[in-house]
Design a binder for this molecule. Structure first.
Ligand code: FCB
Length: 441
């Protein structure tokens, strides 16, 4: 039995992102983002919804901070909407947008909650996409301009910064598989996007440091075991390639080892966008790596689809169809630490979508979510015991929100949102987390 013994200064957090919660998509001078455009395009979002209003967090921010305080968290991870701050992507600053985030930061600090800011959680200004977007190298300069504006405005108070959230998802779901904005299906563009995300990351790190003395600066990756369904050579090979794409493409390059040679050699990946010095820039030292962990994936090769995923008989799956596999969190944390040795690690997202049960008194019962979290905290504790420098944990998500291509049909929140009335209710899992934090702080 694992006994909990988290470090005294551990960060107990929750996470959200701008497009998923803010709403107010046109308020106070905000520009259009690629997610506004994408979600307004018929057929892109499974339940036909969009994030125009979402959780109306833009207008309910003080109330949401009060709820966070009630929950007892001491850290909150959120992202900024680039077009809220620079409606044209560059140039003219929209002061009202910047002021919103400034009030959020002040509110958090007043509530004793450490702000953890992510610059890019996928909502690119649409005008920049119209000019070519992330596949074009010059977008890096636009990102650096945005970084500097934000770091100057908030760098005195925000001391934890991530440049990008999940470059894998942003690049490959957005530009290769087309399930996310901007809905492009072009493998070569996707690799260029991933490269420009990483390049923009590496160049942004010193800008943040210069404007936010003493800050910890990092990046957030989605990681997890990509495993073979059987011991056959073909299955193991499929898993190796998936691991290369999901995990090693980003970990290796950030750690200064370049892109994985096996994928570059056999995957037919063209890298015409690479320039001298890029890989050094990408490997700019960071203070921490953020890990978003949800599940593992199992691969078996078949004649039709060499990367087909395999389901496990008898395993528990969430509403996303993701296997509940807490051991994978331990394995991921241990691997990242022992193979890459970044100075500190955080679980920047972990959580589950389950169908909540609302009872006649309006209470929300979600025992499976609480169990999911409890079991993943065990895995985190095991990793700490094994010597992993894990410094904090952010549950995804603080509240139910717009789950990208799935719309509002998947609920990940500790807080239940009634989207008709915007009423917030702490679910049973929130009450569990509240108690868990008190017991372990
Ligand atoms: C991650 C995203 C986050 C959320 C969760 C469920 O990939 O970073 O915004 O959608 O998945």
């Amino acid at each position: 039995m694992t006994e909990f013994n988290f470090p005294k200064d551990f960060l107990w957090g929750t996470a959200t992102s701008s497009y998923q919660i803010e709403g107010a998509w046109q308020a106070d001078g905000k520009g259009e983002s690629i997610w506004d455009r994408f979600s307004h395009t018929k057929g892109k979002i499974q339940d036909g919804t969009n994030g125009d209003n979402a959780c109306d967090h833009y207008n309910r921010c003080p109330q949401d901070i009060e709820l966070m305080q009630k929950l007892g968290i001491n850290a909150y991870r959120f992202s900024l909407s680039w077009p809220r701050i620079l409606p044209q992507g560059r140039g003219q600053i929209n002061q009202a947008g910047l002021d919103f985030y400034s009030r959020l930061v002040d509110g958090l600090l007043a509530a004793g909650i450490k702000p953890n800011l992510t610059l890019y959680h996928w909502d690119l200004p649409q005008v920049l996409q119209d000019q070519g977007g992330w596949p074009q190298r010059d977008i890096v300069d636009a990102f650096l301009e945005y970084t500097e504006v934000v770091a100057r405005a908030l760098g005195d108070r925000v001391k934890m910064w991530s440049t990008f959230n999940e470059p894998f998802v942003s690049a490959f779901l957005g530009y290769w598989w087309g399930e996310h904005a901007p809905g492009i299906t072009d493998r070569n563009q996707a690799f260029a996007v991933a490269h420009h995300h990483l390049l923009a990351h590496g160049k942004a790190v010193p800008i943040i440091r210069a404007n936010s003395p003493g800050a910890d600066v990092g990046i957030v990756l989605n990681l997890g075991p990509q495993m073979a369904a059987t011991d056959s050579e073909a299955d193991r090979d499929a898993a190796r390639r998936a691991d290369g794409l999901v995990n090693r493409w980003f970990l290796d390059s950030l750690a200064g080892r370049g892109y994985p040679a096996d994928l570059v050699a056999e995957g037919g990946v063209e890298l015409p966008f690479m320039q001298d010095g890029d890989m050094q820039t990408i490997a700019e030292p960071i203070d921490f790596l953020g890990i978003n962990y949800y599940t593992r994936r199992l691969f078996h090769s078949s004649d039709n689809d060499e990367m087909a995923e395999q389901k496990v008989a008898g395993a528990e799956y969430t509403e996303m169809g993701w296997e509940v596999y807490p051991q994978g969190l331990y394995a991921t944390l241990a691997r990242v630490h022992f193979a890459y040795d970044f100075p500190a690690l955080y679980v920047t997202e972990n959580g589950a979508a389950f169908a909540d049960i609302v009872d006649v008194n309006g209470r929300i019962h979600d025992a499976r979510r609480a169990a999911y979290l409890q079991n993943h905290f065990v895995a985190a504790q095991d990793a700490i015991n094994a010597g992993v420098p894990l410094k904090g944990y952010y549950v995804w998500s603080f509240m139910d929100n717009f789950e990208w291509a799935y719309g509002f049909s998947k609920r990940f929140g500790l807080v239940y949102i009634d989207y008709k009335t915007q009423k917030r209710t702490l679910k049973d899992s929130a009450l569990w987390y509240q108690g868990f934090i008190i017991d372990n702080k």
